[in-house]
Design a protein around this ligand. Structure first.
Ligand code: GLU
Length: 497
């Protein structure tokens, strides 16, 4: 048997990180067993359709390098892979269910359904269809047709007994049939409901395993009834646990929030993580271990290692809370592991977006390669880079006297800056080692701690109180620019004569 799994998103919004995790699990499962990973777009709910959501899903998949074997853009022998292009298939199979007595036309108008709902609420009954059209007489049907009502098609669900299915992670799940109503299979607009299209496609696309979020568990008994009505074999079901909010209390939010205590943004859409400068391999590592475990200890695993070991046994049945701190930590590890040229390639779009361009005077991108060893350790995300390195590429604003001074007096600050300027101007070699040695000597002579001396110099040349290592920065900036910036800072302390 060839494993065939699918990720079947509904294009109703931008891809959520929870959806991405389900997709990763399917992808790893397929790769582990040498099977096929299929991307199917479930776009039959026209009311909830969002036009650029498909493009978002595809570009998120490409970014994550989740290469799908069949689906939009790549094709495959079980297509089309957009459900909106498969309507005749659903109509054909709906007819089969009607012919075999498993489904029926329902002519109830939206007005009748609304009245029914009101009545059920008044009587404190469970809402649901009352099966009014299940046993219409031929005459009643004729009347409805004559009135021009366009019917929906409903499943004739069993009225008694139980529906059972086995979940590979959760064991047997049993549902009383009297809790299942006659669900709509085909809507009056000619589009199938999710349930019908999902089951028909899983069957026709020969899906062997359905790995999907556990929010679909209540739908699965309905799907089982459909498999039974068609007389089809069922795939293996494995419902994946929820991802919880960082506090572990509720389901992960659908929208970005901002953590009140840390001010940290809690992203939820894949595109938000991408824009914030997370690396796809870090996302893959983090999300896979959020719900699957190799040995409960290993935290850093490569795509190849996941593929080699991913199976259903490692999937955790209990929900896991999303930790932004842990993801940041992991992303930092992946950033540090990248070769400098590769990291530079990742950083350039972020720098450009922040308005830093290679033509911005001063230096060009090769400088970035020299800067990387200075900043790599400090980056948790790529988006943090521009604020750290902008002073290498752009002129800095006039540093304000207070930050220049730190704990020093204006007179001391001015003296230190002037001495630094003259010492650096005459150094035989303008290297990190030489400037460091010179400034440490100067501190000794002034009887000050080196750190105290470095503050005004740092602020003068970088414009920041917190910046990459000072002497490496001086070397990259070069003697002339350092001299100009020191001169501008000194001018802040000119005494009126
Ligand atoms: N279209 C459903 C969704 O948006 C698919 C659920 C399933 O995998 O069956 O999640």
């Amino acid at each position: 048997m060839t494993v065939r799994v699918r990720f079947a998103p509904s294009p109703t919004g931008y891809l959520h990180v929870g959806g991405l995790r389900s997709a990763i699990f399917n992808y790893l499962f397929a790769r582990h067993y040498g099977g096929k990973f299929i991307l199917r777009i479930e776009d039959t709910d026209r009311k909830r359709f969002v036009a650029d959501s498909l493009a978002d899903i595809l570009s998120s998949f490409r970014w994550m390098a989740l290469d799908w074997d069949e689906g939009p853009e790549v094709g495959g022998s079980y297509g089309p892979y957009l459900q909106s292009q498969r309507l005749p298939i659903y109509q054909e199979y709906t007819q089969k269910l009607i012919d075999s007595g498993h489904a029926y036309h329902c002519y109830c108008t939206p007005e009748r359904m609304e009245t029914l709902r009101q009545e059920q609420m008044r009587l404190k009954q469970n809402p649901g269809y009352d099966r009014h059209c299940r046993n219409l007489s031929a005459a009643e049907r004729q009347t409805a047709i004559a009135q021009g009502v366009i019917p929906v098609v409903r499943l004739k669900a069993p009225l008694e007994g139980v529906t059972v299915f086995h979940d590979a992670l959760r064991g047997e799940i049993i549902t009383e049939n009297q809790t299942l109503d006659d669900l709509v299979l085909m809507k009056s607009d000619g589009y199938p409901t999710y349930h019908l299209a999902n089951v028909i496609d899983d069957h026709l696309m020969q899906i062997t395993h359905v790995l999907r979020a556990d929010e679909w568990i209540p739908s699965t008994p309905r799907h089982v009834l459909l498999y039974q009505a068609f007389g089809w074999e069922m795939p293996v079901f494995a419902h994946l646990s929820l991802i919880l909010d960082p506090n572990g209390k509720g389901k992960m939010s659908k929208r970005k929030t901002v953590d009140a205590s840390s001010g940290q943004e809690h992203f939820v859409q894949v595109r938000e993580f991408r824009q914030a400068g997370y690396l796809p391999e870090a996302m893959l590592n983090y999300l896979t271990l959020l719900g699957w475990s190799y040995n409960d200890k290993t935290e850093i695993m490569s795509r190849e290692e996941f593929i080699a070991s991913f199976d259903l046994k490692g999937i955790k049945a209990s929900p896991a809370a999303f930790s932004y701190d842990k993801l940041n930590w992991m992303n930092g590890i992946y950033i540090r592991e990248l070769p400098a040229a590769e990291l530079a390639r990742h950083l350039i779009p972020f720098l450009e977006q922040a308005g830093i361009k290679p033509t911005d005077d001063i230096t060009t991108w090769p400088t970035l390669l020299a800067i990387i060893p200075l900043v790599r350790e400090r980056l948790k995300t790529l988006a943090e880079a521009p604020a750290l390195v902008d002073f290498f590429f752009q002129e800095i604003g006039l540093p304000d006297p207070e930050s220049l001074q730190g704990k020093l007096t204006p007179a001391e600050t001015r003296l230190i800056l002037e001495q630094t300027r003259s010492i650096l101007a005459t150094l035989p070699e303008f290297t990190a080692t030489a400037t460091e040695e010179a400034l440490r000597d100067m501190a000794g002579q002034l009887g000050k701690k080196p750190g105290v001396i470095f503050t005004p110099v740092r602020v003068a040349v970088t414009g920041k109180t917190v910046a990459p290592p000072l002497f490496g920065s001086l070397e990259i900036l070069g003697r002339q620019r350092v001299d100009e910036r020191l001169a501008r800072a000194i001018a802040q302390f000119e005494m009126p004569c």
